[in-house]
Structures are given as structure tokens and as C-alpha cells.
Design a protein around this ligand. Structure first.
Ligand SMILES: [Zn+2]
Length: 374
């Protein structure tokens, strides 16, 4: 086994403004800054641009990334990157801009359509990628994955490759403090799902176990506070660290059945990633319990709880405190959902993620789990 992280992880309060002079010019002369339209208008963006300009780096901005990045957005980004003569990329925002910036870097040196890389390792001598998250959740700043929606098939493609692991992750605690409450809740539950899935994964390893337990502890304690009280700086800082820890976990131990089922659900019904995970979380974990009892007991001992079931009860309470909507709240029709299940289940299995769970899943079993969440 091998344990990988970005070359550099820089963390702290107001840290982007305080990066050492010349920090960005080490990575290139012309940065493409990839972000979304909302974050692109914030003081976080201003701070980042000021620091890039201080380092005498030319900047081109691509702020057209929506909450669900598509192949077309990646292609637009690559075009802008090449036409402007950029030589490195900086992603600023939640998981979507960070995933897009990684995909742009990949496709700036690879030929053809990014969809052809599903199930294959993305390789190549990518330009440096620097990721600056503004939400505490996806951990994309520390992973070799990018999720891009193929607008032709509606599939959320999981693309991977060691080359996609960002060169630098900059976790500025002050940046996470501007996220809206709903985003804090869904991103935080995404990070919790990463920590638990990496811990239960058949690819779990000693170093990810330590980080996973750390992340779970922080999220159980601080997510409700970060959600209810945006002004609680300590809570949002702890969540930023937990999200990074959980991201490092999935980079090395992968996700399992929850993410496998969450991606088709999110793609088909346009649910935020953290929400589709949270909707599935308790159903999938209760189903996995018998096959991973020893690990649940270990988690329980770590939290000084009587048994693994008590941990699941705490988790259930956390999900409730975060006001996770139900599938029907998104206007999903029951019959339409039931008719979709064979396709959703086939896409879940095809993603490969359920194969990392400590239990073997058939399409029939995945369909049964989907049925339970409605
Ligand atoms: Zn996730």
C-alpha cells in the first residue's frame, strides 16, 4: 500500500493573503483561475487575485463552472487555457470548480473527449494544479478524482489518475466561513461519508484509519454548530480540517457503496452531491453493519460508546440535525423513481465503487437499497 497527498498542504487563517512572496510564480507565469459565478464575485476571489498579481503572475479567469460541471465546461476551460497561454491552474470554490480545474489541466495535455477516460487512468505531464476550497466537504483538493457529468448520457463520470492529484492544497479557514448554511450541512455530511467509507473500505490502511477517525470526531462534534451558527469560527475551521482529512482518506482508500449509489442518483435528479450521500448514508450503513461489525465496534471504542449501533444512532442524529431533505422533497415521483431503479443500479455497479465495500453487491441488492430510501 502507498499513502499519497498533494506535495504541499498549506493551512491557516487568512493564509492566502499571507503566502510567502513569490509563492505562485514558482508554479508558472500565467494562471487560469477556475471558479463559479458566485465565488468569483467574493472577497476570497479578490484576495486570491491580489496575491497572484503580487507575485507578478498573469491571470485569466474562467468563472463559468456551475454546481454540476459538464464536459462542455471542461472543454471551454481548456480552450480559454490554451488561447490565453496559461501554464498552471488554480481552482477556487467548492468541489465543482476544483474538479473542473483538475479536468482542465488533464485535458490541456490529453487528446480527445474526456469521456473516453472513464475506467482508465488519466496520465500525462499535467500543468501544476493548485486547489483552494471554499467549502468543507468534497476534499477534492487532496484527491486524484474528478467528477464530470456527461451531458449526452446524464452520467456523473468518475475520472481518476495519480496525475490529477493537485500539486498544492491551500485550506484557508477564513474562506470556509462564507458558505451558506445549507452548503455547510451537505458538504459536511459528504466529508463524514468520505471518512466512514474510507474506514470501512477494503482498501483502508493504517494512516487513513487515523485520519478517518479524526475526521469523524470533528464532524460529529462541530458540524451542527458550523451549520446553525455561521459565526462560529472554531466550528468552521474544524470542519475545514476534517474535510481535508477525509479527502486524503478517500484518495488512498476510496469510497464504497454510498458514493457508488449517490452519483447516479445525483446525476438523474440533479441533487447536490452531499445531499444524495446523506439520503443514502444511514440505509447503506445499517445494511453493511453485519459485514463490517468489527470495524463499527472499533469506531465505537474510539468514541467510548457501548457498541457500533450507538455510533449509528449518533450519526442518525447528526443527519437529522442537518435537516437533510428527503427524495420526495425534490419532487421525485415514486413510480418514476421505481422505473429508474434498474438503470441507477447498473450505473452504481459500473462505477466500481461498491466493489470497495466489505460486502458483495448485486444489482438486485442495490435496487433494494434504493427502494428503502424513498
Ligand atoms: Zn463525496
Amino acid at each position: 500500500m502507498e499513502f499519497k497527498t498533494p506535495d504541499r498542504i498549506i493551512m491557516g487563517d487568512d493564509i492566502v493573503a499571507q503566502l510567502q512572496p513569490g509563492f505562485f510564480s514558482e508554479y508558472g507565469k500565467h494562471a487560469l483561475v477556475v471558479t463559479g459565478p458566485r465565488v468569483g464575485k467574493t472577497t476570497m476571489m479578490r484576495t486570491l487575485l491580489d496575491t497572484l498579481m503580487r507575485d507578478e503572475v498573469s491571470v485569466t479567469v474562467y468563472d463559468g463552472v456551475s454546481s454540476e460541471p459538464t464536459v462542455a465546461m471542461v472543454e471551454t476551460g481548456v480552450k480559454i487555457y490554451k488561447e490565453a497561454g496559461c501554464d498552471f491552474v488554480v481552482g477556487l470554490g467548492g468541489g465543482s470548480p476544483l474538479d473542473t480545474c483538475k479536468a482542465i489541466a488533464a485535458m490541456s495535455v490529453n487528446e480527445g473527449d474526456i469521456a473516453k477516460y472513464v475506467g482508465r487512468e488519466i496520465r500525462g505531464n499535467l500543468p501544476p494544479v493548485i486547489c483552494v476550497p471554499t467549502t468543507a466537504g468534497t476534499g477534492s483538493e487532496a484527491t486524484k478524482y474528478t467528477i464530470i457529468t456527461d451531458e449526452n448520457t446524464g452520467v456523473k463520470m468518475l475520472l481518476k489518475g495519480e496525475a490529477l492529484l493537485p500539486r498544492v492544497a491551500i485550506v484557508d479557514y477564513t474562506f470556509g466561513q462564507a458558505a451558506p448554511a445549507g452548503v455547510v450541512a451537505s458538504s459536511g455530511l459528504d466529508a463524514m461519508t468520505h471518512a466512514i467509507e474510507a474506514y470501512l473500505s477494503v482498501k483502508a490502511q493504517p494512516l487513513t484509519d487515523v485520519l478517518a477517525l479524526n475526521a469523524m470526531r470533528k464532524i460529529l462534534r462541530f458540524l451542527p454548530e458550523a451549520y446553525k451558527n455561521p459565526g462560529n469560527k472554531r466550528a468552521r475551521k474544524e470542519m475545514a480540517v476534517a474535510a481535508l482529512e477525509a479527502g486524503i482518506c478517500i484518495n488512498n482508500s476510496s469510497v464504497t457503496v454510498i458514493h457508488g449509489m449517490s452519483r447516479p442518483l445525483g446525476a438523474h435528479y440533479h441533487l447536490p452531491h452531499g445531499i444524495s450521500n446523506a439520503i443514502l448514508l444511514m440505509t447503506c450503513l445499517r445494511d453493511l453493519y453485519a459485514d463490517a461489525e468489527e470495524k463499527f465496534e472499533k469506531i465505537a471504542r474510539h468514541f467510548k460508546l457501548l457498541d457500533g449501533m450507538m455510533f449509528l444512532d449518533q450519526l442518525d442524529e447528526l443527519v437529522r440535525k442537518c435537516d437533510v431533505p428527503r427524495l420526495r422533497d425534490f419532487g421525485v415521483d415514486k413510480q418514476e423513481f421505481m422505473d429508474m431503479l434498474p438503470k441507477l443500479a447498473a450505473d452504481a455497479i459500473a462505477s466500481g465503487s461498491p466493489g470497495n465495500a466489505p460486502k458483495e453487491y448485486t444489482e438486485q441488492e442495490i435496487i433494494k437499497l434504493y427502494t428503502r430510501i424513498y
